[in-house]
Structures are given as C-alpha cells and as structure tokens.
Design a protein around this ligand. Structure first.
Ligand SMILES: [Zn+2]
Length: 152
C-alpha cells in the first residue's frame, strides 16, 4: 500500500493482487486491507471498510454469486445424489430428506463466500469505480459509438 498524490488530491493505492483479493473476499474481509468486515449483514456489502475506509459500494455482483454458487454446488450435489443412488439405492423420501437440507445449508454457507470473492475480483480489476477517478468513464468522450436507431 502506498499513498500517492494526484491533482492535489490524496488517495491510497493498494496492492491489487488478484489471488489475494479473491481470498480476502472469500473469507468475507475487505479486499484492500484484509482485516475489515466486507459485509454489514448476511449478503449486504458494507459501503466502506470499517478498518481502512476503502469504498466498497462500487461492487456490482448482481446475479453472479447465486449463479456461481449453483454452478459449484450443483456439481457436488448431483454427483453425490448419483453416487448414493448407485451404491445404496435409498428410497426417494430418504434422498429428499438428505439432499434438500444439505443443498440449502451448503448454498447459504457458500453464497456469501462466492459473493465476497466476486467483490474481491471486481476490486482487484478496478471494475465499476473501484479504480478511483482515473478509470471513471469520460462523459465528454466523442469516440463512443452512438446508440442504434430504433426500428420504425
Ligand atoms: Zn479495508
């Protein structure tokens, strides 16, 4: 971490190592300092890190955390269901009794970790305003393609 001065404004520049940011996010810590809590509630990302004051509200995880949670967990649950069925052939009610609570429980456990890792990824790659003022889109840019005309 180093302190830089650009255009008379003080800003703190962190080391944005991707693996470190992913790991810090996955353990639900601030991707910048690794010590402040990333979430203020279960899945609600804090606006600022309580430890280093890094702005965290820039994240746009949207539907990605549930998508990746389903993708990751689906491989284990479906494989587990097929293995148990193949080896033990339990009745369907026993399958439901076993896999439904396991799936719900593991989903609730994994979801904030995946979301934290995605916030860490966005922070490391300076996405969605995490990079500061220098990466914010220039509204005076004239080379941006014009939106297509609506069909008449
Ligand atoms: Zn922090």
């Amino acid at each position: 971490m180093s302190v830089t001065s650009t255009s008379g404004k003080q800003s703190v520049e962190h080391d944005r190592s991707l693996p470190q940011s992913l790991k810090r996010g996955a353990i639900q810590r601030c991707p910048a300092c690794g010590s402040g809590a990333l979430f203020k509630r279960y899945l609600k990302v804090a606006d600022q890190c309580p430890s280093c004051s890094e702005e965290l509200y820039h994240h746009r995880a949207d539907d990605a955390p549930p998508y990746f949670t389903i993708l990751i967990l689906g491989h284990f649950i479906v494989a587990g269901v097929m293995m148990v069925e193949d080896y033990f052939r339990p009745s369907y009610w026993l399958h439901a009794l076993m896999w439904v609570p396991l799936t719900i429980g593991l989903s609730l456990w994994l979801l904030p970790r995946v979301k934290g890792a995605l916030v860490g990824l966005q922070w490391a790659l300076k996405m969605h305003g995490f990079g500061g003022a220098e990466v914010v889109e220039d509204s005076t840019c004239t080379t941006r393609p014009k939106p297509a005309k609506a069909l008449e």
